[in-house]
Design a protein around this ligand. Sequence first.
Ligand SMILES: [Zn+2]
Length: 243
Amino acid sequence: MNDVIQAIVLKTSEYKENDLLVYVLAKQYGKLTLICKGARKMGSKLNAIVQVSNCSEFIIDYAFHKSMFMIKSGKVIETYKKFSNDLELSLMMQLMVEIVYKLEVDEWNDELYELLLTVFQKITKENQYLLGCYFMAQLLSYLGIKPYVDSCVKCKNVKIKSISMIHGGFICTRCFNESEYRNLTINQLRKFRFINKVTWKNVLSLASEWYDMEDFKLLIEFLIHNYHLSLNTWDFLLSLNID
Ligand SMILES: [Zn+2]
């Protein structure tokens, strides 16, 4: 049976002599492993549709009992190649894709597909941290580890001073100590609270320059502490020393 699927390419790896295994997040189907025959041969027409972070349409031989499906043909729906000459932005996108690939929950696949697609469609060099932060906040919420940002997570005091990755939310001036928590500015705390509350409808009306690498870092650390992922792209991004 031929099925037409729409999917975002999350990762590829070499397979047999000339083929690729293509790991995708597909609309309505979730995560699938596809086989792309001859993709590593010179001049392969299928090469473009299996580029990581592209959204493509694939015709596959879907069958419920199988775990891998042969790509028969396909076409690119959206490519984000235009970002490939901007290292920071393309790494941000690669990081989002890596996170989705490494998540071991399947129940939010449809939401994740829509989230990735909408963020990728709107992301630019100017708003990459705002949308990166939005992506992370949505993800934490799907995973059930949404940070508590209404008052102190330990005592409910509203005089906020920092964020506790371990306790999962804001820490107040009373509970704060220098050895356990880091000093954050009121502005950083305000941005952290806002991004964890904002909806897609409102996020694009925010001043995109408001969010930067430091805000993104807090959310990534929150994920790493509470979900225990090791992220190669993140380590690489950090090594570039962006601030
Ligand atoms: Zn407290």
